[in-house]
Write a protein that binds this ligand. Sequence first.
Ligand SMILES: Cc1cc2nc3c(=O)[nH]c(=O)nc-3n(C[C@H](O)[C@H](O)[C@H](O)COP(=O)(O)O)c2cc1C
Length: 366
Amino acid sequence: MTSQHAWSTPVQLGKVALKNRIAVAPMTRISATEDGLVTEDMVRYYQGFAEGGFGLLITEGIYPDLAHSQGYLHQPGIADDRQAQSWKPVVEAIHGTGAKVIMQLMHAGALSQGNHWTRESIGPSAVQPKGEQLGFYRGEGPYAMPREITEQEIAGVIQSFAAAALRARQAGFDGVEVHGANGYLLDQFLTDYTNHRHDRYGGSTENRVRLLVEVIQAVRAAVGPDFVVGIRISQGKVNDYHHKWANGQQDAEIIFSRIAAAGADYIHTTEYDAQAPAFGEANSDGDTLAGYAKRFGKLTVIANGKLGTPEAADAILAKGDTDIVALGKSALANRDWPRRAVNGGGFEEFDFGLLQPLAHIKTSEV
Ligand SMILES: Cc1cc2nc3c(=O)[nH]c(=O)nc-3n(C[C@H](O)[C@H](O)[C@H](O)COP(=O)(O)O)c2cc1C
């Protein structure tokens, strides 16, 4: 007899039916060719998760243009037809198992530490990013000082997300996820200390979320109503783990309600611990970030962060804070996590050695 866990039940994501509520979280593995084409290792890597029983795979962050969006050397792109075509074997391999696949579209902005197409990085303002470049993605030392982009260039960024989303649709993907989290370009606009603009994209929370809203609107207009469109949102960043929104619950209401009104199908929240209260006592009622996304966005929610046991996944689903759970490191350690969970557990611990000295896909993984 199969035991019926909350995570193992089917769920609808926009117009797409998922066989269960466990997704692979987006994870950059810098295993493409220098010019951003998908490699055979990547096809087998993604196929492994699909064969292991995950209902949904969200790809690593993919760059949408040949200008400033690439963040890491050997990151894959979907900036032109050649790159888009190279994704077809990944889509076919995943669909062959009955799983679905969403492409994460990512503009690195000021956190770009390796770009095949340009040496310059851009951001909302000329503010040097905190922290240091990521060594396991071939970076070293402080981040470069970005150049502040013009309103005209912002319009170009919006268009590049829309064009990339359309290419993803044509390549057979089930949807796209706009990367609005973790400190990359859209999150740089959302974040008070990296956005010092005086135009309609800077200042109030309403203004700082405007670029995210306009990207979702443009993507939705490009792909039509029946293609899944989501967005990932976080407080923490790869270069500032502990950042919190200054106005807690009030910011959450503005951000999540505007994203929902823009035409997204889902909100994907990520926190270090998805089950922890999102904000301090003073400016919140103690809910999780996923819970606020649900309350203020009223959309399907994907929650991520330390949810890699069936008990944790079931608990956050049962609480009603989320509809789907995305697994990062626990999925890397257990490519057949859903199979193992059905069979009563026995999970491998994640070993950071897998990502050392570089985070590329290892022979042992394919
Ligand atoms: C190797 C690695 C690469 C990652 N790359 C991305 C990425 O491309 N896009 C993204 O949104 N998050 C990325 N993340 C963050 C994960 O999606 C996830 O939020 C994080 O691992 C926490 O979830 P967990 O506790 O289940 O591991 C990455 C994480 C890891 C470990």
